[in-house]
Design a protein around this ligand. Structure first.
Ligand SMILES: Cc1ncc(COP(=O)(O)O)c(C=O)c1O
Length: 387
C-alpha cells in the first residue's frame, strides 16, 4: 500500500508490470478527470477495434469468429455484475436498456414510479413518457446537500408503487445510493428496481443478485473504459418474459433460418436483441472489462476511493466547497465541488490550457479520476486550481 497524505485511505499499488502510459496512452497528453463523462478507451480496447477493422477489411466475417467472441463478452459482462449470461443483452447505450423496461412492461393506470429529481435525463424522460402514455405517476424526490435520503425514498412508497428507478451513482453529485438496502426493501415489498448503472459499473462493485436489482443498464463509455455505443442490459431471469421486446429478425430462436419464419422469442435476454450487434464496440468493451477484472474491481475501487479522498482533503485546504457526500458508502468516483470565488468556466478553460480536464455539471465542478491515475495527478490538478 502507498500511504497518502492527510490520513486518507492508502492507495493499493498497481501491478509491477502495469505500464500506465502503454495501457492508457492518454496520460501522455492529458491529466484527464472526466471518466464520468466520456472516458478514454484502454489500449487493449483500441487494439480490439483495430483487429476488427483489419478482419472486416480483409476477410469480412469469415476469419473473425466475431459471433463466438460476442458470446464470450456476454459471459464476461455477466461475471462483472454477478449475473448469468442468459440475463445479459447488448444495447447501444444506457438509454436503450432503460427504454426496454419503460416500453416493455405492462403498465397500468395509477402505477407509480419513484425516482429522484437529479437523474441524468436517460432516467427521466422514459418515465415521463410512461406517465403520459399509461396515466402512471412519476415521482421525483429532491436532493438535499448533495444526498438523497433513503428514508425519503421509502416514505414515498404507496400500495401503487410499481418501480423504483435510480442511478446507482448520481451524475452531478456523485452520491452513491445504498442499492443493496434499497433492493432488499424493494424485493420484500414486491417493487421492481431498475438501475442506471453507468456511473458505477467499472469503478464500484455491482452485484445484481446480492443487491436484488431487477433491471440494470450501462453503456461502456465511462468507467468501463469502452467506446460509446456498446453497453449491457441486465434483466433478472424471472422477469425475462415480463418485458415485451422491440421485434426484429434476431430475437427469435431460429434467427439464422431466415426464410422459415417461426416467431418464437428466445427464452434468454437475447430476446431483446432485435438485429445485428455493434461488433467492434462490444469486442472493445470486452477487452476493457477483462482489464478491469484482471486488475480486480476491489483494487480499482480502493484506488479511486483513495484518489478522491485525497482530492477532497486538498480541496478543503484550498477552501473549495465539496458537494459530494463524504459519508462512508455514499462516495463514488465523482467529486463535485464549487469555488467560492472563481468563475467555473474560467477555471475549466485555464485547466485545459495546462492539459488538465474536468467539467461542470449543474453549477458544480466535477472531477472523476480512474484507477490508473496517481496522487501526483491529483496534486497537479490541485496545484493548478486557483486559491
Ligand atoms: C447517469 C447517466 N446515465 C446515462 C448516461 C448516458 O446515457 P447513454 O448511455 O444512453 O448515452 C449518462 C451520461 O452522462 C449518465 O451520467
Amino acid at each position: 500500500m502507498i500511504n497518502t497524505p492527510h490520513n486518507c485511505p492508502p492507495l493499493p499499488p498497481l501491478p509491477a508490470n502495469f505500464n500506465v502510459a502503454e495501457e492508457f496512452p492518454i496520460t501522455r497528453n492529458w491529466t484527464f478527470f472526466n471518466h464520468a463523462g466520456v472516458a478514454p478507451i484502454s489500449a487493449r480496447a483500441a487494439r480490439a477495434i483495430e483487429r476488427f477493422a483489419q478482419e472486416a477489411r480483409d476477410d469480412s466475417y469469415l476469419s473473425g469468429r466475431w459471433y463466438h467472441k460476442i458470446e464470450l463478452v456476454r459471459k464476461l459482462a455477466a461475471e462483472f455484475i454477478h449475473a448469468h449470461p442468459e440475463e445479459i443483452s447488448f444495447v447501444k447505450n444506457t438509454s436503450e436498456g432503460i427504454a426496454f423496461v419503460a416500453n416493455g412492461l405492462d403498465w397500468k393506470p395509477g402505477d407509480e414510479i419513484i425516482s429522484t429529481a437529479v437523474e441524468y435525463p436517460s432516467n427521466v424522460y422514459p418515465w415521463m413518457d410512461v406517465a403520459q402514455r399509461h396515466s402512471a405517476k412519476h415521482i421525483m424526490l429532491p436532493e438535499a446537500d448533495g444526498r438523497i435520503d433513503r428514508q425519503s425514498l421509502f416514505d414515498a412508497i404507496t400500495p401503487r408503487t410499481r418501480m423504483i428507478a435510480l442511478s446507482h451513482v448520481e451524475y452531478a453529485s456523485g452520491f452513491r445510493h445504498d442499492i443493496a438496502a434499497i433492493g432488499q426493501f424493494c424485493r420484500s415489498h414486491d417493487i421492481l428496481l431498475c438501475i442506471d448503472g453507468i456511473q458505477a459499473c467499472g469503478v464500484l462493485p455491482v452485484d445484481v443478485q446480492a443487491m436484488n436489482i431487477d433491471f440494470l443498464s450501462a453503456d461502456g463509455h465511462k468507467w468501463l473504459l469502452g467506446p460509446e455505443g456498446a453497453g449491457i442490459f441486465y434483466c433478472r431471469k424471472e422477469l425475462l418474459l415480463s418485458l415485451r421486446p422491440e421485434i426484429g429478425w434476431m430475437n427469435v430462436i431460429n434467427a439464422s433460418d431466415y426464410g422459415h419464419y417461426d416467431f418464437t422469442l428466445r427464452a434468454d435476454a437475447r430476446r431483446f436483441e432485435c438485429g445485428s450487434h455493434n461488433i467492434p464496440g462490444v469486442l472493445a468493451l470486452g477487452a476493457s472489462m477483462q482489464l478491469l477484472l484482471d486488475m480486480g474491481i476491489e483494487t480499482v475501487t480502493q484506488r479511486v476511493m483513495a484518489l478522491t479522498a485525497h482530492l477532497c482533503a486538498c480541496l478543503e485546504q484550498k477552501d473549495y466547497a465539496i458537494i459530494s457526500s463524504r459519508r462512508p458508502n455514499e462516495t463514488s468516483g465523482i467529486v463535485s465541488f464549487k469555488s467560492r470565488r472563481y468563475n467555473h468556466s474560467e477555471i475549466i478553460s485555464n485547466l485545459e490550457k495546462q492539459k488538465i480536464i474536468l467539467v461542470e455539471r449543474e453549477g458544480r465542478l466535477r472531477a472523476s479520476p480512474h484507477f490508473y491515475q496517481s496522487i501526483d495527478d491529483i496534486n497537479r490538478l490541485v496545484a493548478a486550481l486557483p486559491s
